[in-house]
Design a protein around this ligand. Structure first.
Ligand code: SAM
Length: 230
């Protein structure tokens, strides 16, 4: 069996496991998981680790999140992503999570005029370049824009957003992110201490601008560093 076939087999095993345990439910999200090659976002880690259910180190002491966390954060119950959504991700890291979102809001092989877009912001310059290269090599640079900056301030230039996802833990929900969310939009963010235990909060902004907040589960993310972070 070639390395490529082995990776494909491992990916299918992971997808079956996630379907069984409820992490992957909808066909659009399963298809996005199938299409985005995680092995091209893990840097110098051995490729055979790509479909283990665990975070992996990238650069500058940061990690690419475990695939089940990405599956959960893009789920219908949490973000309810739709084709055409304009999204912001805070914490680009490797660019993998942004590519999975892009494959849902702008699916490969569909009418480009209906595509949404993902803006992903990263505070570590080396990771900005890493994410850009990975997204270019896998063909997602037409649907994902990587920006260098402090994502705790959001990205006002491209606001408002249908969906915002934060891949680092904040002490509280950064006010700029709430401001930059469209009425009817959703935000998912880990909130809590720096010590690797936080709550995953799902925020819905109602049409009248009021906010509903729910706690989904306990999570362990690296800290959000910045004006409205640590
Ligand atoms: N989504 C990433 C992926 O798919 O590889 C993984 C994200 S990693 C768990 C968290 C990232 O958030 C790190 O790359 C870190 O540098 C970044 N980060 C932390 N604080 C930030 C901030 N204020 N603005 C932008 N990025 C930030």
């Amino acid at each position: 069996m070639t390395e490529e076939q082995k990776l494909k087999e491992r990916k299918e095993e992971l997808i079956s496991h996630y379907k069984k345990y409820g992490y992957l439910k909808s066909e659009e999200i399963i298809s996005a998981f199938r299409k985005v090659p995680r092995e091209h976002f893990i840097g110098s880690n051995p490729k055979q680790l790509a479909y283990l259910d665990r975070p992996l180190p990238i650069y500058s002491n940061q990690t690419i999140s475990a695939p089940h966390m990405v599956a959960m954060m893009v789920s219908k119950e949490i973000l309810d992503l739709k084709v055409g959504d304009i999204c912001l991700e805070v914490g680009a890291g490797s660019g993998y999570h942004a590519a999975v979102i892009a494959e849902i809001v702008a699916p490969t092989g569909t009418d480009k005029s209906k595509w949404g877009h993902v803006y992903t912001i990263e505070r570590i310059e080396k990771l900005v370049n890493f994410a850009k290269d990975n997204l270019k090599n896998t063909g997602y640079d037409d649907r994902v824009t990587v920006i260098y900056g402090d994502g705790s301030l959001g990205l006002p230039d491209k606001a408002p957003y249908d969906k915002i996802t934060v891949a680092a833990a904040a002490p509280e929900i950064p006010p700029p992110l709430l401001e930059q969310l469209k009425p009817g939009g959703k935000l998912v963010i880990p909130v809590g201490g720096k010590g690797y235990y936080q709550e995953l909060k799902v925020i819905a902004k109602n049409k009248d601008g009021s906010i509903n907040s729910a706690t989904k589960c306990g999570v362990a993310f690296v800290p959000l560093i910045g004006k409205f972070g640590y």
